[in-house]
Design a binder for this molecule. Structure first.
Ligand SMILES: NC(=O)c1ccc[n+]([C@@H]2O[C@H](COP(=O)([O-])OP(=O)(O)OC[C@H]3O[C@@H](n4cnc5c(N)ncnc54)[C@H](OP(=O)(O)O)[C@@H]3O)[C@@H](O)[C@H]2O)c1
Length: 234
């Protein structure tokens, strides 16, 4: 969910190749409403555009305890990359549990990442916390930097390619992600689930903050045809 009222709709139109048909009672991913957007956003730089050149590369992820960052850490580990995760001290157990090297967030993120890794630089960096120019110094010459918000993309320097995540739905990528979720290799990290009629409580929780993971509204919609059938039965 975000602050845009446009997120709520009773009907939506989706191109067939951008959607995944989920069998009734099926995948866990369909319950985590924001997972498809954030996971596909993460998937695109890591897989399609190549944040790293191959297994064994070391990447850094800022905002590593957030939605995009958390997926990035898991997907990168799944691809055999070494990961440096920049987040708050209380997130250290979660991130080290995912196999990342933890770096505490602070005023000098580039310096902190450089200090944490052998050789003093990483091959690529996904900047999910939008730290921009303050963290590009941790990337090696000729490496890659992927921003998540256009205003926070730093100017390219030292031959580093600077790209921008552009989430777009893709049925094939969603299917791969669902496979990872179902096999237990991708944790959706749902903080709390609410039935749709408790939407106000969900928004209050979002506004208060102070939790990790997504807040999910589960809509138990009945199709008009089924509703008609129910009316005829009663
Ligand atoms: N381009 C696209 O296609 C696309 C798609 C989806 C989202 N986005 C954008 O991507 C960004 C991240 O989205 P998200 O859903 O992952 O947000 P999120 O879940 O709020 O995660 C952001 C994380 O960054 C952490 N953070 C803030 N300042 C930090 C710092 N100085 N060092 C390290 N971590 C820090 C936050 O921690 P605290 O909560 O403790 O502050 C939070 O855990 C947003 O700006 C969103 O608009 C872009």
């Amino acid at each position: 969910m975000n602050e845009s009222p446009a997120r709520y709709a009773t009907v939506t139109v989706v191109c067939g190749d951008r959607a995944l048909v989920v069998p009734a009672g099926g995948h866990a991913v369909c319950r985590a409403a924001r997972a498809p957007v954030t996971a596909v956003a993460t998937w695109s730089p890591l897989v399609a555009r190549g944040l790293s050149t191959g297994v064994g590369d070391r990447i850094a992820v800022t905002g590593a305890a957030g939605a995009i960052g958390g997926f990035a850490v898991q997907l990168a580990r799944h691809q055999g990359l070494r990961v440096v995760a920049v987040a708050a001290p209380e997130d250290e157990p979660y991130l080290t549990g995912l196999g990342a090297t933890f770096v505490a967030r602070g005023d000098h993120p580039a310096y902190a990442v450089r200090k944490a890794v052998p050789g003093g630089v990483v091959d690529g960096l996904l900047d999910a916390a939008s730290l921009g120019t303050s963290v590009i110094g941790a990337v090696r010459d000729g490496g890659s930097f992927v921003a998540v918000t256009p205003p926070n993309a730093p100017a390219a320097e030292r031959g580093i390619s600077v790209g921008l995540v552009q989430a777009r739905a893709d049925g094939a990528e969603l299917a791969e992600l669902v496979g990872l979720v179902e096999s237990g290799r991708l944790d959706l990290r749902v903080a709390r689930t609410f039935p749709f009629e408790r939407v106000a409580e969900a928004h209050t929780m979002l506004a208060k903050g102070g939790f990790r993971g997504g807040v999910v509204l589960v809509a138990d919609f009945v199709s008009p045809r089924d509703a008609d059938a129910g009316d005829r039965r009663s």
